[in-house]
Design a binder for this molecule. Structure first.
Ligand code: AMP
Length: 114
């Protein structure tokens, strides 16, 4: 999508610090980290949010979580744990309208979120 910042990161038009990439997904470090480890895992296909997911995206979403688990293990988060979050819409605090999952770890995270 033309005006989507994450589509521009996927195409390389906007630089990012990549953690993982394959044909379907990209994982990169959040520019404004909220924890010692803060990654964003996104599908390369433009999907606006969880609300736009279709039944045929099931394999893609499962793959995103598979990649998240692999990265969490590689980054040493397995033992202490971590958090996966997808913000949706205004009340959810979504600022970029391209489906993304935050992977946060490396410190104890408060609950409930603010
Ligand atoms: P959300 O607010 O849930 O939509 O998450 C969007 C996230 O994208 C925020 O945590 C931003 O810090 C992050 N972000 C925005 N622009 C960039 C960028 N160019 N590179 C890396 N992360 C970004």
């Amino acid at each position: 999508m033309e005006d989507c910042i994450f589509c521009k990161i996927i195409s390389g038009e906007i630089p990012s610090k990549k953690a993982y990439e394959d044909e379907q997904v990209l994982a990169f470090y959040d520019i404004d980290a909220k924890a010692p480890v803060h990654l964003l895992i996104i599908p390369k296909k433009h999907i606006t949010s969880v609300l736009e997911l279709k039944p045929e995206d099931g394999v893609l979403v499962a793959h995103i979580f598979e990649v998240a688990a692999k990265l969490a293990r590689e980054l040493g988060l397995e033992e202490r744990g971590f958090r996966m979050v997808s913000n949706i819409g205004k009340d959810g605090g979504q600022t970029v309208p391209h489906l993304h999952f935050h992977l946060l770890g490396g410190r104890e995270l408060a609950w409930p979120p603010g």
